[in-house]
Design a protein around this ligand. Structure first.
Ligand code: 5GP
Ligand code: SF4
Ligand code: MG
Length: 457
């Protein structure tokens, strides 16, 4: 998912600015979009299934336009456990004795189920099946305290990998899990407005300059007295999600100070050093394989070429909910160009999840006359589920959790297949520590209770 929040010291077109922010975070979730705005008194929310531009036509955007608006948040949703339902879309809102609160969330709380059960036993009512509502209800229940204290308390109770924006009628809050697994950054516009967003591209989209990343365990808030910060949770090792650099974040973003495009190029260079091969052209699977293919080409000296055309109007394939839908979408989305005819091709992609897309792509290239297909993947085999908000599929669907590299090679029909090493991946990202739990099974921010793990696996 992607989150966005803005606080302006003077009235502004918050609805429009939030729309622009969400539009530039669209790659983080295409299932639903929502915007919540307040002018200090009214509190309006509009959300629905669909792309930002589908949900918010002019009429719908007008419904969240307030003349004196100062604060707003927004969300683009990418559902993790398949409940692609309207009532699960965000921002979520709740009425408390501190007024209405709105919340938008990226990630997962690993102990949300236990907490939800405890709260249900206490008579709390839930309207969604979403773990974000647990967070919102915790804050709401503590709202007899100051909103900042209530949020800090909730941060101490909930575990996992998350980045959240939360608003009252007069304040914008943003916070990040203690390990900083999910990204969140801060920007500011020349008119003084503060902006919090999953990625810097959303700051630039609203004319804000990048100020800094929110730290793991840090709570920041903006109101009429300016920007404030409280380090709520301390002493945790920063372990941002490696997948942000591998695949999820936009190529023009910097996450925690490390450039995404450059990292992808380094991953490709690393792959070329680890797994060289004799071939005629290097072809990326667009768009996610482009950076690594550039790197592979640079390091190997094999020319980069445009061997797969991508229909720019097709969305991200994995968003399609069923296997059949995903397979049809691959054909709609990708087709081979004449560049591969008679060529030994190095095919570069960011990841193999289920293996079905990759198999189809190898097939397409062979049909188009490629004489050899050498598949190079810029992430290690994904063997474990993610509990922190990236839907790399349930464990039984992860081809690498049940098959060896050689078995996957044979399944997808490639001549050779190699995945970047864990060490090579760390070197390519060259950031702080990293979460690489979906590759090595070491979860830095906790795991759900065993029965929940089984449910997900
Ligand atoms: P596969 O061969 O595993 O079906 O698909 C691999 C390609 O699809 C990669 O380009 C990857 O970016 C994308 N992909 C497919 N399914 C998923 C998924 O569930 N999660 C993520 N993150 N990417 C996926
Ligand atoms: Fe990212 Fe994988 Fe960690 Fe999930 S398990 S946060 S996808 S690195
Ligand atoms: Mg891809």
């Amino acid at each position: 998912c992607g989150v966005f929040g803005i606080y302006s010291p003077q009235p502004a077109d918050i609805a429009w600015l939030t729309y622009l922010g969400l539009f530039s975070l669209q790659h983080r979730g295409q299932e639903a979009a929502g915007i919540c705005v307040s002018d200090g008194e009214s509190f309006l929310v509009e959300k629905d299934l669909g792309l930002v531009s589908q949900v918010f036509d002019e009429t719908r955007l007008d419904k969240v336009r307030l003349g004196g608006a100062r604060v707003g948040i927004g969300h683009v949703r990418y559902s993790t456990t398949g409940s692609n339902l309207r009532f699960n879309s965000q921002p979520l809102t709740v009425r408390t004795n501190k007024g209405i609160l709105g919340l938008a969330h990226n990630g997962n709380f690993v102990n949300a189920r236990e907490m939800r059960q405890e709260m249900l036993d206490d008579g709390v009512i839930f309207q969604t099946t979403n773990d974000s509502e647990v967070m919102l209800n915790r804050v709401a229940r503590l709202a007899r305290l100051d909103l900042i204290d209530a949020t800090a308390r909730a941060m101490r109770e909930l575990q996992g990998g998350y980045a959240v924006v939360l608003m009252s009628r007069t304040q914008l809050l943003g916070f990040r899990d203690p390990n900083g697994v999910r990204p969140l950054c801060i920007g500011q516009r020349d008119d003084g407005a503060w902006v919090f967003a999953s990625e810097p591209c959303a700051l630039f989209a609203v004319g804000a300059k990048f100020v800094r990343d929110v730290q793991g365990g840090e709570l920041v808030w903006a109101d009429r007295t300016g920007l404030h910060s409280l380090q709520v949770l301390e002493g945790h090792k920063p372990t941002p999600c490696a997948f942000e650099w591998i695949y999820f974040a936009r190529a023009d973003s910097q996450v925690d100070g490390t450039d995404v495009h450059e990292s992808r190029i380094r991953m490709g260079e690393q792959l070329a050093r680890e797994y060289p091969v004799e071939a005629d052209i290097v072809v990326p699977v667009p768009d996610s394989g482009i950076g690594a293919a550039i790197g592979y080409s640079r390091e190997s000296g094999i020319p980069f070429d445009y061997g797969l055309y991508k229909n720019p109007y097709a969305g991200r394939t994995f968003i399609a909910p069923t296997q059949e839908a995903r397979e049809l979408k691959v054909k709609l989305k990708l087709s081979p160009t004449s560049a591969v005819r008679g060529k030994r091709v190095v095919l570069v992609d960011d990841s193999i999840v289920r293996g079905t897309t990759s198999r189809q792509i190898v097939n397409l290239l062979r049909e188009a006359g490629a004489t050899e297909v050498h598949f190079r993947v810029s992430s290690p085999p994904i063997q474990h589920p993610c509990f922190y908000g990236i839907d790399t599929a349930a464990r039984k669907e992860l081809v690498a959790s049940t098959h060896s590299v050689e078995e996957i090679r044979s399944l997808i029909g490639a001549d050779t297949l190699s995945f970047i090493s864990e060490v090579g991946l760390r070197r390519a990202i060259a950031g702080p520590g990293l979460c690489i739990a979906c590759f090595n099974g070491e979860y830095p921010a906790g795991v759900p209770l065993e029965n929940d793990v089984n449910k997900l696996a």
